[in-house]
Design a protein. Structure first.
Lengths: 252, 271
């Protein structure tokens, strides 16, 4: 893989996919897909179930390699062999169902797999630091937690999503893939998450939002990529389209 | 069990360890510390086998270790019959190194005029170590995560398979430890040692609040569970009640504990 230093990612965090193909046996999951996403923008990938959205996301996040085509970040060709390589290059994915472990407490969720240690030899977790940091980082997302020793299952659905997003950013994500972040949430919870996603633009994050809620995506998004049967059928900026025309392309 | 797996082979591993230790000492003239070290290595290999089989096959550990239980128990009985023609062996007291081993594993300490078996202190020490490992170390955090949601844990970069394998080796180590304590206490081995210990362990852990599905539980809880088990077992005799009722009581306790734990999980574990 090509290692990307943090300073290289600071500038634009641009992702370019060019002529990507991916087959699973006889199934052509992606055919000649190209897209460019920039930081400070919310880039929406729209499509029906089975259209190829997940395959595309999985290629970006390092779960799969493409069969053919080019994947570039900040004009450097990259090849991620697993999700960890992608994460260390600043690409994080927040999956809707797997993000948070409900029967584990909040601060342990926040630092899961990246536990801060105050003793390298015995690998003892620095709880004070973990708790303080969790409170501080969640506050940035307008979640006030007095006791991060509570189980994460006691948080509302929206708060859990935001916890996962806060965690990804804390650990250096510059490119954030959100997989249906509000699909399991009610209106009120959904709005909480949406408000915070919009604020991510100010932090110069390259947000890639996967959704099949067209109205919400149109409200949030700056760029729209429409996938159908593994092909990129639409490629639009916000000013040149409307929720209605996006829907027309999708349902055509 | 917090990592979401069972080890049903611990009882038969106790029998295997005690027999292996005694046979190696009595039949081959090895000193007892050496024999117990060799036994420990064999037991750890069996633990590794349990772990790797569960992890690679993806089958429930309940089934894999049930298989191990019978294999190890049968193997232990068969081998000791072939070598000695018996299933109980004594006479280890005269062998070299017995005194050292016995003073470490089965001595009695007198505190304030009362005699305490040293195993109580070992029990407390392991309790404290286990508590510390689970609650304060990175590995402990990984154990909880592995049990709660294997997929989430993997996504966060936790080596789920390594965690599970090392835990199977840890339970194997504990069986070995119990076996050494028993051999030094009774001065010999019996192939049936440790029979049903696996069930007692599960009962103690579940009464102590650990979820059968993994991801939640504590050492202190399990220790209290074990205490309840022991106190009821002894108490029912002193109370003059027929000891058969003990089993009924434990069964009821087990099912109620599982129901309570399950209700807890339902409350917090939804999506």
């Amino acid at each position: 893989m090509v290692l990307l230093g943090k300073n290289m990612l600071r500038d634009s965090n641009q992702i370019v996919l060019k002529n990507i193909y991916k087959n699973f046996g006889n199934v052509k999951a992606l055919k000649n897909v190209s897209m460019t996403t920039d930081s400070g923008k919310i880039n929406c990938i729209l499509g029906d179930n089975g259209a190829g959205k997940s395959t595309l996301v999985n290629i970006i996040s390092g779960v799969f390699l493409s069969d053919k085509g080019e994947y570039r970040i900040n004009n450097k060709t990259v090849e991620f062999l697993n999700p960890h390589e992608a994460i260390s290059a600043g690409i994080s994915t927040v999956y809707q169902s797997l993000a948070i472990i409900p029967i584990m407490n909040i601060y342990r969720n926040f630092f899961l797999g990246n536990e801060p240690l105050n003793n390298e030899y015995f690998k003892i977790i620095d709880k004070g630091f973990a708790i303080e940091t969790t409170i501080k980082e969640l506050k940035k997302f307008d979640i006030n937690i007095e006791n991060p020793k509570r189980l994460a299952g006691t948080l509302s659905g929206g708060e859990r999503q935001l916890l996962a997003i806060a965690r990804a950013l804390y650990f250096g994500a510059k490119i954030l893939i959100l997989d249906e972040p509000t699909s399991a949430l009610g209106v009120k919870e959904s709005n909480k998450v949406v408000e915070q996603i919009i604020l991510l633009k100010e932090q110069n994050i390259n947000v890639i939002l996967v959704s099949h809620n067209i109205d919400q995506a149109f409200m949030l998004g700056d760029k729209f990529f429409i996938i159908k049967n593994g092909e990129m059928v639409g490629h639009l900026d916000k000013f040149e389209t409307s929720a209605k025309s996006l829907r027309t392309i999708l349902e055509k | 069990m917090i990592s979401g797996e069972f080890d049903l082979s611990i009882g038969s591993l106790i029998g295997f360890s005690s027999m292996s230790l005694t046979l190696l000492t009595v039949e081959t003239n090895l000193t007892m510390p050496v024999a117990s070290l060799i036994t420990l290595i064999m037991v750890l290999i069996i633990g590794y086998y349990n772990g790797i089989t569960v992890v690679k096959s993806g089958l429930p550990s309940f089934i894999i270790t049930l298989g191990s239980l019978f294999m190890i128990r049968g193997f232990t009985i068969a081998i000791s019959k072939i070598i000695t023609g018996r299933t109980q062996i004594g006479g280890i007291e005269e062998s070299k190194g017995f005194n050292i081993m016995s003073s470490v594993f089965s001595n009695h300490l007198t505190i304030a005029g009362t005699n305490f078996p040293i195993s109580i202190f070992w029990w407390m020490l392991f309790g404290v170590l286990g508590y510390f490992l689970l609650k304060h170390t990175q590995f402990g955090n990984w154990i909880f995560a592995t049990g709660a949601s294997q997929e989430s844990a993997k996504l966060m970069g936790i080596p789920v398979q390594k965690v599970k394998i090392s835990l199977f080796m840890l339970t194997a180590f504990c069986s070995w430890f119990i076996a050494v304590t028993q051999v030094t206490t009774f001065g010999g081995a019996d192939v049936l040692r440790g029979e049903q210990k696996e069930f007692i362990a599960i009962i103690a852990v579940v009464i102590g609040g650990t979820l059968l599905t993994g991801g939640y539980g504590s050492i202190i809880g399990a220790m209290i569970g074990a205490l309840i088990f022991g106190i009821v077992k002894q108490g029912i005799i002193f109370a003059g009640v027929d000891a058969d009722w003990f089993q009924v009581f434990m069964g009821v306790m087990l099912v109620s504990a599982v129901l309570v734990n399950g209700a807890f999980r339902k409350k917090y574990a939804q999506g």
